[in-house]
Design a protein around this ligand. Structure first.
Ligand SMILES: [Fe+2]
Length: 387
């Protein structure tokens, strides 16, 4: 009897896994147009020759606890390789307002500005567009579950297929904005690649078990820049985003922190890394190579309260962060929050088992002679199939 119960339990759990298996439309691999393929292949070859990164995928060594210095070295090598192959397309020119935004990201790791906001008409249009789309239970499409009625009702998060998001002209306008691409290019010192495109609802329920609500670093590329836009009103401690200033860059972190705070953090790091005998006084570099993407080190984050920035605002408010810097999502308490974001990385971080299908856009002859269009073809190649 006992054996039968065990067997039945296993059987039912297998059926549930099958029922919940993601079924969003996907592609087995991403093929690119001739010109983009040539660039991507050249970069792939140089990455494998110079730093033994094969098929452009550096996800494997991101898991191997890179030291801060090694990480910086790789970023420099990779961005130089990319820039050599994309420099004809690059445009690092930005106006003084956007230069301020860029400087803020470089100095403090984040930037919020009215120039990053979208107007209420756009917000309304995006809401209208979303209302007609298939919803998926999950935080992001690649780890969403099957959109059954039961799953959708019980999921804390509801997301959308990027292909469907891209059918909105308002979303495309945001993504294709030359200023946005120029800021990202300047930050990476090369043409970036869009590595995430997402929009999700988060319910105002008890969600303390959701990891991104604890401070952490994003590690799905060696360098990241993310543009967030709130699509519902958020307030302090209600659906916003928290960021620890200077935590994206060791030099700034070292130069800008108060000495007393640095001393406290050094003492914690000494204990954590068990290096009581070290003659080294400054161990702050270890703060940049904490395990598990920085999750679970609240003792250090508590000491950094003074540098914690709260990002929130009315729907339409936008901000940029280097999300390698320590951050967390603030759970909504009163009503669900809707947030849109696009992340740029260096080159390629596809580690999903199921690659979401891209939106197909046919280009005209005029487009093919247009430099801006060539830039978009490269940057969004894993989200849009330009043909
Ligand atoms: Fe994150």
């Amino acid at each position: 009897m006992k054996k039968l119960i065990i067997f039945l339990k296993k059987f039912i759990s297998r059926i549930l896994i099958f029922i919940n298996k993601p079924n969003f439309s996907s592609e087995s691999y991403y093929s690119y147009s001739k010109d983009v393929k040539k660039i991507a292949d050249n970069i792939d070859n140089l990455l494998s020759q110079k730093i033994k990164i094969f098929k452009g995928n550096y996800m494997n060594f991101l898991d191997s606890n890179l030291s801060y210095n090694l990480r910086e070295n790789y970023i420099n090598i990779i961005s130089k390789i990319i820039n050599t192959n994309t420099e004809k397309l690059n445009d690092f020119q930005i106006d003084s307002e956007y230069q301020k935004i860029l400087n803020n990201i470089k100095d403090e790791g984040y930037a919020s500005s009215v120039n990053l906001n979208i107007d209420s008409v756009k917000v309304k249009n995006i809401h209208n567009h979303l209302s007609s789309l298939q919803k998926y239970p999950g935080h992001i499409i690649s780890n969403s579950n099957r959109p059954t009625k039961h799953n959708l009702k019980n999921s804390k998060f509801i997301t959308y297929h990027p292909k469907d998001l891209l059918k909105s002209n308002d979303i495309c306008e945001i993504l294709f904005d030359k200023k946005l691409i120029s800021i990202a290019s300047s930050y990476f010192s090369c043409l970036p690649t869009c590595v995430t495109l997402n929009c999700y609802w988060q319910n105002a329920l008890n969600q303390q078990d959701y990891n991104p609500q604890y401070f952490h670093r994003d590690n799905h590329d060696l360098k990241l820049l993310t543009y967030f836009i709130f699509l519902t009103d958020t307030n302090t401690l209600d659906g916003g985003h928290e960021y620890i200033k200077y935590s994206n860059n060791l030099e700034n972190f070292n130069n800008r922190l108060d000495i007393e705070i640095k001393d406290k953090i050094n003492a914690i790091l000494k204990k954590k890394f068990n290096i009581s005998n070290s003659s080294e006084d400054n161990l702050l570099y270890l703060f940049f190579q904490l395990d598990k993407n920085g999750y679970g080190h609240e003792d250090i984050y508590d000491e950094l309260k003074k540098y914690k920035i709260e990002l929130f605002g009315e729907s339409g408010s936008g901000f940029l962060t280097d999300n390698y810097g320590v951050h967390r999502a603030v759970a909504p308490l009163i009503k669900p929050r809707l947030i849109f974001w696009v992340s740029f990385g260096l080159f390629n971080n596809q580690n999903s088992k199921r690659l979401p299908e891209r939106l197909e856009i046919k280009s005209s002859n005029n487009d093919n002679n247009n430099k801006n269009f060539s830039v978009l073809k490269y940057v969004y190649r894993n989200y849009i199939k330009f043909s």
